[in-house]
Every structure is written in C-alpha cells, then in structure tokens.
Design a protein around this ligand. Structure first.
Ligand SMILES: [Zn+2]
Length: 477
C-alpha cells in the first residue's frame, strides 16, 4: 500500500520526463519568462538574456530614449547593475539604505515595461511579427511533442492576439470584456471575428469557440480574465529550418505550423509549394535574414544611439565629445563604472542641421545620411566630405598592389516626392552632372523619386574628391 503511494507522488515527474523525451532532437521551446524579465519575484539578482544583452550594448533597457523621463530618479541605468568579470550582469544588492528603494523601483519599471513590449514584439500584426520571420512562433506549449491539436491551439493563440486578447499589451493592462462563451466571443451581428470563425468552422462555429474557451481556462490555465491570455505564461517555439511553411494566397500571412489548414487572418485554405520551408521564409524576411546572419556568421549585435546636435543643444561641445568617444575619468569613479559610462554615453549617430556642413571637426564620422536633396552640388560635396576623414580602415579588401587597407566613407540622400527633389533629379545639371565617377564607386538604388537614392560607397576616396553623382546614377539606372 505504502509502495503504491510512493509511486503516485512520482507521477508528475514521470510525465515531465516523458514530455522531455518526446521533445528530444526537436527544435527547442523556451518559456518567455526565461528570456524576458517576467515574474521578477521568483528570481534573485540575475538578469534574463534580453536585458543582459541590452545592458552589454549600453542600451536603455526600457522603451524610449535615455532621458530623465525614462530614468529612475535621473540615474543612468547602468548604476543599478553590476558587470561581473565573466560577463554576467546582475542587479546591485550591496547598496543598502535609500538605494534599495530605488533599485526596487527600477526593477518594477523594467518588469512592467517589458511585458507589453514582448506582446507587441511577438504578436505584431505586421511583417515584423515573430512568425513572419520564419524563425519560430509564440506557443502555449513547452518542450514536448508538437501534435496537430497543439498546432491548432497555437493558431487560436494568434487569432486571439489579433483581437488584442493577449495582455498586457501596449494598449491595455487587462482586457475590458469577458469572453465566457462563444456568445461573447462572436458578438452580435456581422463582425470580423464571426466571419473568420465561420470560415474556420463552417459546421459548429459556436461549439468550437466554446470548446477552446473552456480549454483556455481549464487545461491551459489562462485564468486572469475570461478569454484573455497572459503573455508571461507562453513559450517561444523555434521553427525547424527544414520544416514546412505556408503563405496565404489571399493575404500573404506566413504560417510556420499547419493549425486549421486555413489562414489565421482571412480564413483562406492554405496551400504550399513543395519547397516552401521555414528557412526559405527566414531568408526572404528582413528580420529573419539578419538574425540568421548574426547567428550563423557569429556577427556581433550593435546598437545605434542617436542624439541631436543643433543650435538648440544645451552643451554642443559635450555632445561632440560623446560622438568622438572622448571621456575623462572622474576622481570618485571606479574603473568599471567609468567603462560603463563611456559605453552608455557614446553617441553612434548624430542628427544635425545644415550647420554641420562647414568647419566643425567631427573626426570619426563614417557615413552621411541626408534627409533631403541638397540645394546645390556644393552643399552635397560639403556634407559628404565630412565623413571618412580619420581612421576607419577597412578590414577587408586590401589594395592588391600594396596590401594597404583603404579609408572609406558612405553618403546617402533620401529623396521624397517633394517638388524640389523631383526638379533636382530631372535637371541632371543641378547636381554633380559635371562629375564623372568611375562606375565601381557607385552603389545605386534604382528609385529616383519617392524612394531612396544611394550615391554610393567609395573606397579610397580623397576627401576633396568627387562624390558619387546623383545625375550619373540616374543615367546608369
Ligand atoms: Zn490570409
């Protein structure tokens, strides 16, 4: 009798091990709470991977620019963390007294800020949604065998996300209405949800909705508000690169698992060409391609911290020093603190007005991106000429004759449909028509008006020399 009881208490452990065995060799499924700073109360001082990476990059860990509005008590964010010698980032704990309250406020701010951001990131309705990248999808299910039934539940998850039933999200902390039954879910009269559900389940629309709502509450343990889903209980399920993928013929939405065999946005029956896999989707997607390149090529993450430098900037000299990376250690500052301040305060991108055209030494500038067509060729040359004056040797492509690496700069002009831009492009003489650039200097985008025009990256260009020509580019395009 006693022996039987002993076995009984081991059952959950056995079920867990069985699930784990079934998932062996399959793509991983990771709890979102292992990636984001959810459920802070259950963890000690360590930070989750996403916060760790943000801090290592010297990036603000909350939404928005690093200003007194996004800070706690106007303290720089790095003051709340310790940077361990082996690269781990932990919350500060040795500061007692009033600082404990500040650290707690900082933790709460990150904890509360990250959940709606995670919802937005994973369930975006646009091209930038997680599933569209071909890398994986948000799921109810952890590391266990993925069955067609689970795939259908995850399809419903996406449908619920489209109806803003995942919380917290950027628009609400909690949903305003209960969905206790299909009656609540389908509403009265004609609406988007009813049309979609009728397409997915033409036979027993109400029953299918009721069944899923029941399952949501009872077996999936989503119990906050009826018919809503808590983001912090979900998983990230990685896609098998060779796994099947579908793209809706009608609306173009990507599906990495079969679900109901119908599109989760428009209800169209999904068909797929034999060669459409998650890997093909990832390579065709802006974000997916970058993530893959970063992982496979072992490319480092980088950030782009942008600050303004105009006549309105209160301390232009300081801003310029931050851009050039010139910092002086304070007397009461420890070496690691100084290093972290340098990392956080360094500016990667300066947003400037036309004053930057003349005279100011920006030194480390590599590229110039112009928000408008310059009025004259002179202005164009002046602006592009600010870049590439110092340093920035190219690691690749050394000169075959001498073996020397060359200095480089990049310039880019954004042309809109504005009349001035059109005129400037139409009248080829208006811009550097008298410049004859060797073609290898030009890397052009083909859209002359209404898009971006790239006058090119010129290796080994003398700074007084000839910038890649817009007019020249048009002739080639
Ligand atoms: Zn569709």
């Amino acid at each position: 009798m006693n022996e039987g009881l002993d076995f009984e208490h081991l059952r959950p452990r056995q079920r867990f091990l069985n699930k784990k065995r079934a998932a062996e060799g399959k793509p991983p499924s990771v709890p979102l709470s292992d990636l984001f700073e959810f459920a802070r109360e259950t963890v000690a001082y360590d930070t989750r991977p996403i916060l760790t990476e943000l801090m290592k990059l010297g990036s603000t860990p909350v939404e928005g620019a690093d200003t007194f509005r996004t800070r706690i008590s106007n303290r720089p964010w790095y003051k709340f963390f310790n940077y361990g010698s082996n690269g781990e980032i932990t919350w500060k704990k040795e500061d007692l007294g009033e600082n404990v309250a500040l650290v707690n406020r900082a933790r709460t701010k990150i904890h509360e800020g990250l959940r709606p951001e995670a919802t937005d990131l994973l369930f975006s309705k646009t091209y930038f949604a997680l599933e569209e990248t071909g890398l994986g999808w948000p799921s109810f299910y952890g590391p266990e065998e993925y069955t067609p039934e689970k795939s259908r539940d995850d399809a419903m998850l996406r449908i619920f996300a489209d109806a803003y039933r995942i919380t917290p999200n950027p628009y609400m902390e909690e949903v305003k209405t209960d969905w206790k039954s299909s009656h609540d879910m389908l509403g009265r009269g004609d609406n988007r949800m009813r049309r979609l559900m009728t397409k997915l389940f033409p036979m027993q629309t109400e029953k299918e909705c009721d069944d899923f709502l029941h399952k949501l509450k009872n077996s999936l343990k989503q119990t906050r508000v009826a018919g809503s889903i808590d983001i912090s209980l979900l998983f990230f399920r990685a896609a098998d690169p060779a796994g099947k993928a579908w793209r809706c013929d009608r609306c173009g939405r990507v599906h990495l698992h079969e679900g109901f065999g119908k599109c989760t946005r428009c209800g169209e029956v999904l068909t797929r060409p034999d060669d459409l896999t998650a890997s093909v989707i990832a390579h065709g997607n802006f974000l997916g391609r970058r993530v893959k390149r970063s992982v496979e090529g072992n490319e480092k993450l980088f950030r782009l911290k942008c600050e303004e430098l105009t006549g309105q900037t209160s301390d232009p000299a300081e801003r310029l020093q931050q851009f050039k990376g010139v910092f002086v250690k304070e007397d009461d500052e420890s070496e690691p603190e100084f290093e972290w301040r340098k990392l956080f305060d360094t500016v990667d991108l300066l947003s400037v007005t036309t004053t930057m055209e003349v005279g100011v030494d920006i030194g480390s500038l590599q590229a110039v991106y112009q928000g408008n067509m310059p009025p004259q060729r002179f202005n164009y040359q002046q602006r592009v000429g600010r870049a590439g004056r110092r340093g920035h040797l190219r690691d690749r492509d050394p000169d075959p004759a001498s073996g020397a690496r060359s200095r480089h700069r990049a310039g880019r002009v954004r042309c809109t449909g504005a009349k001035h831009h059109g005129n400037a492009l139409r009248r080829e003489a208006a811009l550097p028509a008298d410049l004859r650039c060797p073609p290898e200097w030009l890397g052009l985008l083909p859209s002359p008006v209404g898009g971006q025009h790239d006058p090119g990256l010129r290796p080994d260009q003398e700074h007084s020399g000839r910038p890649g020509g817009v007019a020249e580019g048009r002739r080639r395009g």
